[in-house]
Write a protein that binds this ligand. Sequence first.
Ligand code: AHM
Ligand code: MG
Length: 281
Amino acid sequence: MKDIIEAIKRSSLKIRDIIEDGDTAKSDNQNSTGDTQLKLDIASDVVIENEFKQLDCIKQIVSEEQEHIVNINESGKYYIAYDPLDGSSLVDVNLSVGSIYGIYENDFTGSNIVASIYVVFGPRVEMVIADGETVKMYRLQKGEFNYIQDIKLNQKGKLQSPGSTQACWYPYHKDMIDNFFKDGYRLRYSGGMVPDLHQILLKGGGLFSYPSTSDLPKGKLRQLFEVFPFAFTYECAGGQAIDGISRVLEIETTHIHDTSPCFFGSNAECEVVKEVYSNNG
Ligand code: AHM
Ligand code: MG
């Protein structure tokens, strides 16, 4: 695992340079989900693949930006699914973006995730590692990632990040979101799940939602690259990650690019979601 973390640190330094200097234009390609890839997405993906290809401990990798799984070393132990530059269209307007890595054993299944790492590229570069027991944050300072703090969620927070197209929300979902606001929750939504989820983690709690909607019944966020890694982080931090009713990490993935509705939060908010969705889903 140490080798993987070091490879992610090296990749992050290069991706930071790509963000600062790279071309934010669209490429001519689409990824598996049908999104037009930016040149930044492709360049970041190449950096990570080249780093991971050098590690014997990795059996397979799969990127949000690629159609297929890539075999690395037949006798490797780890399977890594990653989103090289989540929220890349936000670079154009100079908002924060991030890389997300889910590290699995045996196969790419939610119940087999053993660690998750994300890197936020904002005014600062921060890396957060969840290893099943703790969630630790490191910050890039003078070329080194230095330990800053452990992250633990409170039982209840004050922020909410309600994602997706509001016109397509189901009425019970809209009522639930409105009720959180009536209870005093404050809106925090940048459109980048890495900084939005990072903010909730660091400010002690709240709720991030990307629900099932009438236009996207299975949500937008991808299980292997986005949902499972953050689910693992939130559970390690003492919170929850659910599809409305059940833990997202119990979902069976049928295709590497499957998506899922998802809610990440501290316990009090997730219990409200479960109650609403059990009565309406
Ligand atoms: P991307 O992987 O194409 O960058 O999309 C993922 C991003 C997430 O970071 C964010 O939470 C979500 O898309 C925002 O979507 P929306 O604008 O529909 O709320
Ligand atoms: Mg993404």
